[in-house]
Write a protein that binds this ligand. Structure first.
Ligand SMILES: Cc1cc2nc3c(=O)[nH]c(=O)nc-3n(C[C@H](O)[C@H](O)[C@H](O)COP(=O)(O)OP(=O)(O)OC[C@H]3O[C@@H](n4cnc5c(N)ncnc54)[C@H](O)[C@@H]3O)c2cc1C
Length: 371
């Protein structure tokens, strides 16, 4: 274990493991990752891996023989529009699948082990309680046991529950989600659905199969204190959309909730020598809740900026990290527009008309009637 690691990373989820892995790829040797959990650990999440996430996993060398082998393949995910029409994505013919679904207990352990195998020191069961400030900069982190780890750079990769480690002024949309796992006999194969019911928009509900017989169903709403609304929406998802995927489904796991920090505004990712990656930087998408690809991408860019900083001593290298993430996530500007337009009935109709003419989509005439 390096006594004075160059970089301390708080959290070994996708963003922390990605940062650690890419730092080692850049030749930074002294990388210490601290996570309060012991792996494998659960993380409430749909586990949907977009093509972007799959590309990042491929870069980390865990796609072919790990993730793609363990995950459920979804070549034809579909969206239910507020009109009730279902639009299916057209299957692609390259190595990546339109969507994979992998339980986070499995995915995060694969990523954590990859970073460790590459040379990162990862300590499990160690909770960071605060960033230690000295002379206007961050000197390291303090753990719940009072131990202090000093570092040249600290990366906060602690996810949605990292409020006390976040910089002043960082704002994001807080969503809460509720999900449950259901088991039964499969009806549809190779599909998953994202439901933009008129009553749900701009949030949505999902039915993501983790295997032929186990399906994860969830819903999200904006703001806190919405337990009743979440339960009502989950009921709609289970009675109306789950039967298309599973026959005679029964709950295989209790339903639980979790917050999500999301924003289309990419800021407050750098605070002196502290960098924020993944959901600690509010990089989840407020509309789709996708956060894994952004966690992996931001970890990769943070690593590049830190490596340049450690090589040159130029503080501007750390500052450049935020701009690089902005460039890579420039589709957020388009998604913000989609989220705004979906809120209006006329906007949703317009969006559906546009999607129907896009070669990426196959239109299914089966309609889901309003309840
Ligand atoms: C219900 C739900 C459904 C979702 N569905 C999807 C989906 O289908 N696809 C998708 O792409 N995204 C989805 N997301 C978003 C996705 O889960 C997150 O954006 C993603 O996990 C962010 O990764 P991360 O590494 O930043 O944080 P996390 O995955 O939350 O990892 C943070 C890590 O930090 C550790 N930690 C926290 N605090 C401390 C501390 N003080 N000290 C030490 N360690 C600490 C935790 O133990 C954890 O291991 C969903 C989220 C929710 C809530």
């Amino acid at each position: 274990m390096p006594l004075n690691p160059s970089v301390v990373i708080v959290g070994a989820g996708p963003s922390g493991s990605s940062t650690a892995f890419h730092l080692l790829e850049h030749g930074v040797q002294d990388v210490l990752v601290l996570d309060k959990a012991s792996f494998p650990r659960d993380k409430l999440c749909g586990g949907g891996l977009t093509r972007k996430a799959q590309q990042e996993l491929d870069r980390m060398g865990v796609y072919d023989d790990k993730v793609a082998t363990e995950a459920y393949h979804v070549p034809k995910p579909y969206i239910v529009m507020p009109s009730g029409n279902a639009l299916y994505a057209r299957p692609r013919e390259d190595k990546l699948t339109q969507m994979l679904v992998l339980n986070r207990r499995i995915l995060d352990e694969i990523l954590m082990r990859r970073a460790r195998q590459r040379g990162a020191e990862i300590r499990e069961g160690v909770e960071v309680t605060e960033l230690v400030r000295e002379d206007g900069r961050c000197a390291g982190v303090r753990t719940r046991d009072g131990e202090i780890f000093s570092a040249d750079v600290v990366v906060v990769a602690a996810g949605a529950r990292s409020a006390r480690l976040r910089p002043d002024g960082a704002r994001s949309v807080e969503l809460v989600a509720l999900e449950g796992r259901y088991s039964g006999e499969p009806i549809e194969h190779g599909t998953a659905c994202l439901v933009f019911e008129e009553a749900f928009t701009p949030q949505y509900g999902w039915v993501f199969p983790e295997s032929e017989k186990i399906v994860n169903v969830g819903v999200a709403v904006m703001g806190r204190g919405k337990a009743k609304e979440l339960r009502a929406r989950l009921k709609v998802m289970v009675s109306k959309y789950l039967p298309r995927h599973l026959g005679e489904a029964c709950v295989s796991c209790r339903t639980t909730g979790f917050p999500i920090h999301a924003s289309y505004k990419i800021d407050h990712l750098v605070d002196g020598n502290v960098l924020y990656v993944g959901e600690a930087g509010s990089l989840a998408d407020p509309l789709t809740l996708e956060g894994i690809s952004q966690a992996l991408v931001s970890g990769r860019h943070a690593a590049g900026s830190i490596a340049a900083y450690l090589r040159t001593g130029e503080a501007s290298c750390l500052g450049a990290y935020q701009e690089t993430v902005r460039r890579e996530l420039r589709h957020f500007a388009y998604m913000r527009w989609v989220a705004a337009i979906l809120k209006r009935r006329s906007g949703a109709r317009l969006l559906e008309a546009v999607l129907r003419r896009t070669p990426k989509w196959l239109v299914d005439e089966k309609r889901f009637a309003s309840p």
